[in-house]
Each structure stands twice: as C-alpha cells, then as structure tokens.
Design a protein around this ligand. Structure first.
Ligand code: PAF
Length: 297
C-alpha cells in the first residue's frame, strides 16, 4: 500500500473525490519530516477516515534574510517516512510554488492582526500573515473536517485558531503536543543546521523552560517565571529574541494575574533561530499539579 502523491489541483481533486465517505484530516508541513510531523499524522489517522499531508515550502512566510533557499527539501525521504503510516486513499499533496501562487505574490492575503505583530510576528514581520494565507489556501484545496497543528509553534497555532474563529471556517483545529528528543530539545527541521557544539548550547531553551516551570511551581507570578527563564537563556544563546508568559491570545500576562498561560521563548544559536514553549499555570502561591505538557526535569 502506498500513499498517492499529487502535485496540482486536478490531481488533488480527483484523489479527494475518490476517497469516499467519512471525515478527512489534513496535516500541513513544509517537508523535512521528523517524528514531530509523524505524531501529527498518527493523530490524524486516529481522528479521520482519510488523511491528506501537504508538503510545501511556502515562500510567503519567509523574510528576505531568512533560510528559504537552504530550507531542506527531500520529497522522496518525506514520502518514505509517510508510507508506513498511510494507506489506500490517503494523499500527499506536494505543489510547486507556481501551482500555489501562479500570478506570483498574491494581491490578496490574510492578515493575522495583532497576534501577527508581537513576539514571533515582531521578530519576523509578515511571517504569520504568510502562514495564514497558505493555510487558508490549503484548507480550501484539501476540504478537511479537521486540521492538525503542533503545539511547538504555539503562536502559529493560536493565529490559525483565531483565523478559523474570525472567518467562520468550517474546520476543527486539533493541537498535538511537542515531540522532544531524549535530552528535551524540541524536534524541528531547523535542528539539522546545528553543529554538535551548537546543539549542546541549544539545550538552554529546554533549561530555560524548566527554570520557568520551577518558578511557577514556587508561586513566582508571570514576571518571576519570565525572568527565571530569561536568565538561563540569555547566558547561552547568541541572540535572545524574546521570553514571555502569554495568555491564549498571546497577550503578556500582567504580574498581578494568575491562570493558565504559556511560557514562550526564541533565540538564535549560531545562525539557527529556535523557538520553544511550555504551557503552565501561573499562581502567586506554590502549585502542585503540572499541566500535561510539562517539560519536567
Ligand atoms: O508549520 C509549518 O510547517 C508551516 O508554517 C505550515 C503550517 C505548513 C504553513 O506553511
């Protein structure tokens, strides 16, 4: 049993029409698949009768100085990883840039609004607009009942949820927990850029999240959690982009506010920009229970 690979609208429409009844799930990727993507595909397989995986390195979400040209591309390798997980009727959609943007840069795009301008959006202007534009196009093309996104890209996930809510899109968004290596480093296609020395230093992201979790457990409050993580990260990375404790709309928590939050951080090691996050509960008194996604340590 092998997955059907299609590259254009006609091939995709034919493959989708042949799928028959039952819900369809989509997993959108930029390829360079790793165990984090495969966890999304496995969850999609559990949730729906039919699965579509998209592989498309979306130029719209890369800034002019970012790694669009060197972003790893190997469709044969991606396909080999997907084959054991997918079966008859499942589809791998791998369009070209011309197929997705036949007139060049689109005249009409999606604006992520405020969430597209802070933290990731502040560091990468237009990035989340580019993400939402291609996500909307891929939702239209693949017509799924459920779309799965990784918690690893927490701000992207929040932006997608906001778009689905605000534009009344008929799709359910399902989040899948971050997959980590044994040492805790979150899996990312960009980890491949790290030298052994840089990979060791990149573990500061994990230590920073653990420091934040520890502070939260001791009742540090939002700013105490943020500062504990900041101190660890600042000592190890070549550039610290941000450390923040945010609510579900990605608004920084005020120091006098308790509740469910996400500690998000980003930094550069060598020339590789890495992001990570962990959900936690901020309460200005010690907390016993840990949320499910805890980094621990
Ligand atoms: O998370 C990614 O890999 C990309 O941002 C996505 C959602 C596939 C859109 O290009």
């Amino acid at each position: 049993m092998t997955i059907e690979v299609v590259h254009d609208r006609t091939g995709l429409d034919e493959a989708l029409d042949a799928q028959g009844p039952g819900p369809r799930a989509v997993v959108m990727t930029m390829g360079a698949l790793h165990a984090g993507h495969l966890a999304l595909v496995r969850r999609a397989r559990e949730l729906a009768e039919h699965v579509v995986v998209t592989v498309f390195v979306n130029p719209l979400q890369f800034g002019p100085t970012e790694d669009l040209a060197r972003y790893p591309r190997d469709l044969a390798a991606d396909r080999a990883l997907l084959d054991p997980l997918l079966g008859d009727g499942d589809v791998l959609f791998a369009p070209s840039v011309h197929e997705m943007y036949p007139s060049g840069d689109p005249a009409v795009t999606v604006s992520a609004g405020r969430i597209g301008e802070v933290l990731e959006g502040g560091q990468r202007p237009g990035h989340l607009d580019g993400v939402l534009t291609v996500v909307l196009k891929l939702l239209h093309r693949t017509r799924p009942q459920v779309a799965l996104f990784g918690q690893k890209d927490a701000q992207q996930l929040a932006a997608v949820r906001t778009m689905v809510r605000d534009l009344d899109l008929p799709v359910r968004i399902e989040a899948v927990s971050t997959v980590r290596d044994d040492d805790g480093l979150a899996l990312s296609s960009r980890n491949a850029y790290l030298s052994p020395e840089q990979r060791t230093r990149a573990l500061a992201l994990v230590r920073a999240l653990r420091a934040g979790e520890e502070a939260a457990r001791h009742g540090a409050g939002a700013h105490g959690v943020r500062d504990a993580a900041y101190e660890v990260l600042a000592a190890a990375v070549d550039r610290l982009d941000y450390v923040e404790v945010v609510d579900e709309a990605f608004v920084p928590l005020r120091p006098d506010v308790d509740g469910a939050a996400t500690l998000v951080l980003a930094g550069v090691v060598g020339t590789t920009r890495l992001i990570d996050n962990v959900p936690l509960v901020v309460a200005r008194r010690p907390v016993e229970a840990r949320p499910a996604d805890t980094i621990g340590g």
